[in-house]
Design a protein around this ligand. Structure first.
Ligand SMILES: [Zn+2]
Length: 127
């Protein structure tokens, strides 16, 4: 036999599986978070593309009592960390490649410096 719960709003009997009171329609308990595959894919992709949000999304899942939600939350956290590490590494290598390019250009400019000074004067002459 199912245990009978009482709606705190209208005191009608409700089933423990109900999220809303069948008598007054009030919210009895928060709906569980979706663990549908499509929702999971969205969460995982989102945490990879928008790393800081992954932690915000993962938090309510980690607070859930069922294992599935907690696992989803953990995966989102891991993906977020992987994404942050990857993005940081990518950014660092991008910056260093730009620096290398800049250095190359600077060296090129330095090589022409003797003429460069004269060119500067030439530009002023134009004025
Ligand atoms: Zn009710």
């Amino acid at each position: 036999m199912e245990p009978i719960l009482i709606c705190p709003f209208c005191h009608a009997a409700t089933r423990p599986t109900d999220y809303f009171c069948s008598n007054c329609g009030k919210n009895l308990r928060p709906k569980p978070l979706s663990t549908a595959v499509s929702k999971q894919i969205l969460l995982y992709l989102g945490s990879l593309v928008l790393p800081p949000f992954g932690l915000i999304w993962a938090f309510p899942y980690l607070k859930q009592s069922d294992n599935k939600s907690r696992i989803i939350g953990s995966i989102v956290v891991i993906l977020t960390i992987v994404s942050v590490v990857f993005t940081t590494k990518l950014t660092m290598s991008y910056i260093s490649s730009i620096q290398a390019q800049m250095n190359g250009q600077m060296q090129g400019i330095n090589g022409l410096n003797g003429l460069g000074d004269l060119n500067g004067l030439g530009d002023l002459n134009g004025l």
